[in-house]
Design a protein around this ligand. Sequence first.
Ligand code: MTE
Length: 322
Amino acid sequence: MWIRRRQPGDSAAIVASEITSEATYLNRRALLQAALAAGVTGIGAAMWSDSEAAAAALKFTRNARFSTNEPPNSYEDITGYNNFYEFGTDKSDPAANSGRFKPEPWSVTIAGEAEQTGKFSLEDILKPHALEERVYRLRCVEAWSMVIPWVGVPLADVLQRFKPTSKARYVAFKTVLRPEEMPGQRYNVLEWPYVEGLRIDEAMNPLSLLAVGVYGKSLPNQNGAPLRLVTPWKYGFKGIKSIVEIRFTEKQPPTSWNISAPREYGFFANVNPNVDHPRWSQARERHIGAGLFNSRVPTRMFNGYEQEVASLYRGMDLAKYY
Ligand code: MTE
């Protein structure tokens, strides 16, 4: 991604941590296991290494309809090579620097144009919903890709519960601000906290997922614990991590990468091989883990999810609304 180099005089804002005031909370992992509907575990326990044993196994049902048949990347690729600038700008930084981050207890503020708003524990948010596993393709704007078996709940199901009003035309998301646990937030590489947004029909599309796990286990810190967004037809940067606020809005909300470099990163961020990034082509992608010689494959419109999402953008000029 484009990085604004730290300027002399830039200050590292230290802000009070977001500590939930929930008086009673139950252990996230215990609750996830207990409260979520019984399902089948898709991946055998024999695959887990010792380091993964710390993450809790989740109960889920595999959603075959919304899963690609392509083989998933390894747990090591998915958890060891990614972007989470709150922990640093190198691909290995999130795994290396997220050990001190505390994803529990956790609460999410629901705000804006909805009948029900307020601060809810993660358990309250998740309790009514059954977890699904969905194997999605991830296409990063930097022209690399992966296949990731997420576990989560459809975003639409969660949003509907709060009864958005007719004024809710967009949904804005915010990441937690904790510079004391997230060393990258002490540098002005982006404006903190990280923010993202979707148009309401995009948020309600059945592909949009609020993920709580990967490879059948709760999310590791570096992948956005305990709750993150996944929209597989969009570039990876829309997948905001460690979400603490979901706000229904009438106006299009600001988004972190658009604030940082508006010419390069638009609000929609749909994967589109025909619209290049100003500094590189988006026609092909390097599939992580595919080996050096056959790793560059053509990028597909909407990352291969054209059938599910093309209707959202009918009549729109996708070169203008990039
Ligand atoms: N969310 C936050 N809060 N901060 C970030 O820096 N990076 C984004 C996105 N979500 C980012 C974020 C980018 S650029 C990508 S490619 C994805 O997370 C990658 O993470 P994943 O591989 O875990 O999906």
